[in-house]
Design a protein around this ligand. Structure first.
Ligand SMILES: Cc1ncc(C[n+]2csc(CCO)c2C)c(N)n1
Length: 225
């Protein structure tokens, strides 16, 4: 299966993400809330751009069934996943107005621009290779953290762990994996390698997103106005 190959190649990056202090901090409840606030603000911007990828998935789909699932995903991300962010924001003291005025950090811009660029240039296969690490690795992280005693009951991070460990996210990851395998069928090695490169790149960006949040890193240079 093509996704087994992708998983094997990206495994060291995914392991580094799981063991990243930010992710471990969510799991054992010791993460500094300021870092989580930064992450949530940037993730909200990330999700807005991610929704555009689902819209693009619907545009590039080869049949009505795939077109419908992407359209549903677009709607549920805007509603369900982003709602969780909006609720969290309120609980951790980010005003609703502020959430929509946050400036994107360098890594947020780089990650979302990369995904949109490869997906716009390519076919549905490129798009799925770009978005797959995000959904699949979050489900993997969510289910692993869920096994840590107390992680899903934590007053701030519990909801986050429960959401990403949920069967809905598991089903979504499976649907995207099946689609990736279907689209990879019959492709030449050169094309498969290109899809693998995309998958590895967005896996690295996933790692960078944790690292950015841990450091609350915006841009290496700012204009004081
Ligand atoms: C940096 C970053 N990477 C992945 C996700 C998880 N995620 C984003 S969209 C989506 C699928 C549909 O809702 C999933 C699982 C995130 N929130 N932030």
């Amino acid at each position: 299966m093509f996704t087994d190959r992708l998983y094997k190649t990206a495994k060291p990056i995914w392991e580094a993400s799981y063991h990243h202090p930010f992710v471990q901090g969510i799991g054992n409840g010791t993460l500094d809330i300021d870092k989580f606030r930064f992450f949530m603000e940037q993730d909200y911007l990330y999700l807005i751009e991610y929704c555009r990828l689902f819209a693009l998935g619907s545009l590039k789909a080869h049949n009505l069934q795939t077109m419908t699932v992407f359209a549903d995903l677009l709607h549920s991300t805007l509603k369900v996943e982003m709602d969780l962010h909006r609720q969290y924001a309120e609980r951790i003291g980010i005003e609703k107005e502020k959430l929509e005025q946050v400036q994107p950090a360098a890594t947020t811009v780089a990650y979302t621009s990369y995904m949109l660029n490869v997906s716009q240039r390519g076919s549905l296969a490129e798009l799925v290779a770009a978005v797959l690490p995000c959904t699949w690795s979050y489900y993997e992280i969510g289910t692993r953290l869920h096994e840590i005693p107390g992680a899903s009951e934590h007053e701030f991070y519990g909801e986050w762990v429960k959401m990403y460990a949920s069967t809905e996210f598991g089903e979504l990851a499976k649907w995207l994996k099946d689609l990736m395998n279907e689209l990879a069928e019959g492709k030449r090695e050169e094309e498969l390698k290109w899809l693998e490169d995309i998958f590895v790149t967005t896996s690295k960006y996933e790692y960078m997103f944790w690292e950015m949040s841990e450091r609350k890193e915006m841009w290496p240079i700012e204009i004081n106005s």
